[in-house]
Design a protein around this ligand. Structure first.
Ligand SMILES: [Zn+2]
Ligand SMILES: [Zn+2]
Length: 328
């Protein structure tokens, strides 16, 4: 089969490689769609330790099963990429996103930028029939948004600010509205992302490339930081909060100095977010399948797997949102 190996910073190379051998409890999936994730931006920019196959946001069709499984060969599936042990203290206490031996298909294990990929059969969820394989790749980032929102006080009636209107931002904005937020603001530096946001729902938008930071709302109950990197958005998130408000930190960024007195005297809560629980993924599939969260408009670019390098190049352009490779 063909698989795209990360061979140098921002370089993927298609290589012929043997089909993965299955162990009991595993499934072989014929990949129909695989998407680049914001976290891939960090990983793929590095010099790889050894060539490896990335891609943790993928969907496909079950091709082989080893042992008993609740699915059949030929079923269309969404795949939860987080491999949890199910036995450690975190797994047994329901916090399986913090599993002590967690692995991720597409990080520690070969991922979905390939013709075939293997995953534990228990990580497969039937793909709802009305959901495209491409939009099904959004179950993973939506599960992250669901997990994040489960960590904060109810957002019913809240004023919320989302900094960064990329994939998770656009999903998070919709989720906040679904959960009854009174106002949802989305900020970004790409006008295309903000136009996409406005087409998805009644969002207020701020373009921080052309508007001053004073255009951002104040007295927010919740601010979600999704820009990451060196962007000044963590400070903006904290500055936008009302007393007692919460900043959700989802994007990766280097260590930073926090405005400690503001946090202390305004009793702010800073909530880190890492990954998702197994239940979040199932809920994400259901929300995308029912259309309560729209995924299709977020897929801005499609490339066949044979053009995976062109797909990566496009993904690295700031105007793209979700870039997927497809079979064939
Ligand atoms: Zn991801
Ligand atoms: Zn565990």
């Amino acid at each position: 089969m063909l698989a795209a190996y990360h061979v140098a910073p921002n370089r993927l190379e298609l290589r012929e490689t043997p089909l993965p051998a299955l162990e009991p409890g595993e499934a072989l999936i014929r990949v129909e769609a695989c998407a680049f994730c914001g976290s891939d931006k960090h990983d793929l920019a590095r010099v790889p330790g050894a060539p490896r196959v990335p891609g943790h946001e993928f969907s496909g069709v079950v091709d082989q099963l080893a042992g008993d499984a609740p699915l059949s060969v030929g079923d269309a599936v969404c795949v939860d990429p987080i491999v949890r042990c199910g036995r450690c203290d975190h797994c047994l206490s329901g916090r399986d996103h913090l599993c002590r031996t967690m692995g991720v298909v597409g990080c520690q294990d070969p991922g979905g930028f390939a013709e075939f990929v293997k995953a534990p059969a228990r990580n497969l969820h039937p793909k709802p029939p009305g959901l495209s394989f491409e939009a099904a790749t959004l179950a993973d980032p939506l599960a992250v948004a669901l997990h994040a929102i489960s960590l904060v006080p109810p957002v019913d009636g809240a004023r919320c600010l989302v900094l960064g209107a990329g994939t998770i931002g656009l999903l998070m904005g919709q989720l906040l509205q679904l959960r009854g937020a009174r106002e949802v603001w989305l900020a970004d530096i790409e006008e295309g992302h903000l136009a996409l946001a406005r087409s998805l729902g009644p969002f207020e938008t701020v373009n921080l490339a052309t508007q001053p930071t004073e255009a951002l709302p104040g007295e927010c109950d919740l601010a979600v930081e999704l820009a990451g990197g060196e962007a000044p958005t963590l400070d903006l998130a904290i500055a936008s909060l009302r007393k007692g408000g919460t900043a959700l930190c989802i994007a990766q960024r280097p260590p930073s100095q926090l405005p400690y007195p503001t946090m202390l005297f305004s009793e702010l809560r800073l909530q880190g977010v890492f990954g998702q629980r197994s239940g979040d993924f199932a809920e994400a599939v259901a929300l995308l399948g029912s259309g309560q969260i729209s995924g299709e408009p977020l897929i801005t670019d499609r490339f066949p797997l044979s053009q995976v390098q062109a797909a990566l190049d496009r993904f690295l352009e700031p105007t793209s949102v979700k870039v997927v490779t497809t079979a064939g």
